[in-house]
Design a protein around this ligand. Sequence first.
Ligand code: HEM
Length: 342
Amino acid sequence: MAPLFIKEFGLLTHAFDIGCTMAVGFNPGVLSIEFPENSFHKAVSDTMEAAFYRYVMPDSLWKLQSWLQVGKEKKRTEAWKAFDDILTHYISIQRHKSEKTMASSDEDDDFNFLICYLTGHEITGPTPKESLIRDNIVSFLLASVDSYSLTLTWFFYLISKTPMVEIKIRQEIKRHLSMEQVEGLQIPSNFNDLSKLTYLHAAFNETLRLFPPFPFELRICTKPDFLPSGHRVDRNTRVLIGIHAMGRMESLWGEDCYEFKPERWISEEGKLIRESPSKICAFLAGPRICPGKELSYLLMKATATAIIHNYNVHVLEGQNISPKNSVLYQMKKGFMVRVKNR
Ligand code: HEM
């Protein structure tokens, strides 16, 4: 097969298809080499950019922009309008479907957040008003889609620079996974076996250390308190958690802190070293730790093994890979690779 040039690698569209399937029960099928324009993606990107400017601009300035409806704030308003339209559409389709299912008392094996909300499932509780359903689903998609796809994108970027890591991942796949043919693609026949991929897990930990999808997080104190360091914080103090900076601190990770070395996560006995979530806090720590953490590793391993096992991925030379001004650690101009069948 002739090499295929893939614009921006397509991992975001793949993650969006998965996220929508979990959230609203529809696969929008935006993963396509034609890369059709997707209004939800654009809305996510504009929201994240506007959120970044809210961090760095004086409050009075972004509030003025919001009042005048100019600049990033205008884009943000348009993005929320797009979320509204898209979600209202999905809610109405799913509402119709759930009413039909209940009327016919057919067995329905659909399981997604939207259907849980609409049917008052015990997981989500009594059906809330539509605006709350919409906000929760948008939050879920914002929290899950980009974080997972960005980690995978940086992972492929990092292994393209360290071919030895890719070789070791291939050896591990060969040792632990049996593959089956599905629609022309070799994929793991038993997803439970993905937990045996210690080296791949370590490579994702290393990716999340160097390129956390949320490079910083903001917390605001509701009452006076002391940080573990002993520093006093007053009510309304803003605390910015430098997740990206922490992943590159010599005092935490040693002199080779800038190097991509999955080996640092593996003990002499070949076991995965479990660091405290307060040290590697890409998923944050404590009560607000990401509820999708374990699922993320599973999804990332499933996608990475399928790609690495079936294809050779070469990064196109001469790209300027630099981060975008956003609360997400995104590549400014995307990521161009050439994909060849193995
Ligand atoms: C590598 C992938 C991921 C990373 C690094 C990540 C990281 C995070 C972080 C840092 C937060 C906290 C945000 C905050 O409180 O300000 C968060 C929240 C959340 N994440 Fe993830 N996430 C990932 C993937 C996922 C996936 C795949 C799902 C869903 C299947 C998910 C679902 C959520 C939800 C629902 C929240 C909100 C929880 C709340 O409001 O307390 N995440 N995530």
